[in-house]
Design a binder for this molecule. Structure first.
Ligand SMILES: [Zn+2]
Length: 436
């Protein structure tokens, strides 16, 4: 089902007023789509909002609403019009469904493809995010295909793609762009070093690493960039919405406000504002299959309309996630973000890429992987740095490489077999039918 809608591209508006006008122009179609959704029809008792002022009176759509509507309670088109069905990776319990038409996919891929480094036909694009149920792998895949790139579908949850194979593919296929969690390029670097390859020099085709899906501190991000010698380009979104923000050449995340209306919700006062700090609330403007009105993503963010040097007339966002949550040690509350910043501020030469910490009631235990030569230097530098931030007893233990991420995980290339029932005399038939 094609709506014949033209979607804006960056540069189609020059001011924030023009951006608002683009939103207002599209909003009636969004509200009409919502009126076709059983969930919103029931919620609004047939009185669907007609304009932005009435939209502001609508209750927020919550994650619980989406779970309650599993699987098709928000479906606003005929089932036959659907192109894909997805579920987000919840931690147990009822899944959250999302579904898209072919036209929805045009909007999704265009938003994803807004990468300042560009994606074109000369690129070889390794997709290293999940394909199973989630949207992320398909999103990178579809956007790279739309730009004419060669896609290498790698996944990160498939037994067919262990780290050793990722390194081989990156190297032998001259991969130029990758799409993964921020942690993955660190693991590839360790896996590359295990086979005698240096990330900064032995992968000359690589030109950028696209990452999303985990909080990423500036220190870790610069470290990944230093290790590989290419920019790390961040992206922010969810399976229920696709890409919501992408990076500009100045390294800031901009919200795609030409495609989505954004608000910030303050749970304490139960009010929303156009900007400031709070939970991110979204109304996607180009959605057919599953319209969402004022959907609360529940990520803590800071949204700003202050001008950015890049010149894009789009608000910027800092995603704080749930990173604010910490663990008590004595009277201090220790957070992952602060520790990550400290670990990745250690000198590059120390080679510290992997760490873990445990907040005991009376002290903080930290383990780092570090080569023998820098054991004591790295441990004492980190203990000092932590002591400057937190008034806690800290115990940093240096572990040899392989101490946190087993070498076997980085070097293994397990066979992926096909299911089989007939075996020869003397063959082990214990794996009959099991292919993993
Ligand atoms: Zn910018």
């Amino acid at each position: 089902m094609s709506t014949g809608v033209t979607r804006p591209a960056i540069g189609d508006w020059r001011t924030l007023e023009e951006l608002g006008a683009l939103q207002d122009e599209q909003l009636p179609r969004t509200l009409a789509a919502a009126a076709r959704s059983p969930f919103y029809r029931a919620r609004h008792r047939g009185q669907t909002p007609m304009d932005r002022a009435e939209l502001q009176d609508c209750p927020l759509t919550t994650k619980q609403d989406l779970r309650d509507q599993y699987p098709f309670g928000l479906l606003a088109v005929e089932r036959r019009a659907l192109a894909t069905y997805h579920e987000s990776s919840g931690t147990g319990g009822v899944p959250t469904s999302s579904y898209y038409t072919a036209d929805d996919w045009h909007d999704l891929t265009e938003r994803y493809a807004r990468k300042w480094v560009g994606i074109d036909a000369s690129d070889t694009f390794l997709v290293r995010t999940p394909y199973a149920l989630m949207i992320t792998g398909h999103l990178g895949h579809a956007a790279a295909r739309m730009r004419g790139a060669t896609v290498v579908p790698g996944d990160n949850r498939s037994l067919a793609m262990p780290y050793a194979r990722v390194v081989r593919v990156l190297h032998d296929l001259d991969v130029t762009l990758t799409w993964s969690l921020p942690t993955d390029p660190l693991l590839w670097a360790a896996a590359a070093e295990r086979v005698g390859l240096r990330p900064s020099t032995d992968f000359p085709a690589l030109r950028a690493l696209f990452v999303a899906g985990e909080p990423l501190t500036p220190a870790r991000r610069s470290r990944i960039s230093e290790i590989w010698g290419v920019p790390v380009v961040e992206e922010y979104g969810s399976t229920e919405t696709g890409s919501l923000a992408g990076e500009c050449p100045d390294g800031r995340l901009h919200l795609w406000a030409d495609r989505v209306i954004f608000e910030v919700y303050d749970p304490a006062s139960a009010t929303t504002r156009p900007a400031g700090r709070g939970q991110l609330v979204v109304t996607p403007l180009y959605r057919e299959a599953m319209p969402l009105l004022r959907y609360n993503i529940e990520d803590e963010v800071e949204l700003s309309y202050a001008a950015c040097g890049c010149g894009w007339q789009l608000p910027t966002v800092r995603v704080l996630g749930r990173a604010g949550a910490g663990f008590p040690v004595g009277t201090a509350v220790v957070t992952q973000a602060v520790l990550e910043e400290l670990v990745f501020s250690l000198p590059l030469d120390y080679g510290v890429m992997f760490w873990r910490a445990r907040a005991e009631p009376d002290r903080l235990l930290i383990q780092i992987e570090v080569v023998d030569r820098y054991r004591s230097a790295a441990a004492s530098a980190l203990a000092t740095a932590v002591g400057r931030v937190y008034d806690v007893d800290v115990d940093v233990t240096p572990l040899p490489p392989g101490g946190l991420v087993p070498t076997q995980v980085l070097t293994n290339s397990p066979d992926v077999v096909k299911p089989r029932s007939l075996f020869g005399a003397g063959e082990d038939w214990g794996k009959a039918l099991l292919y993993h």
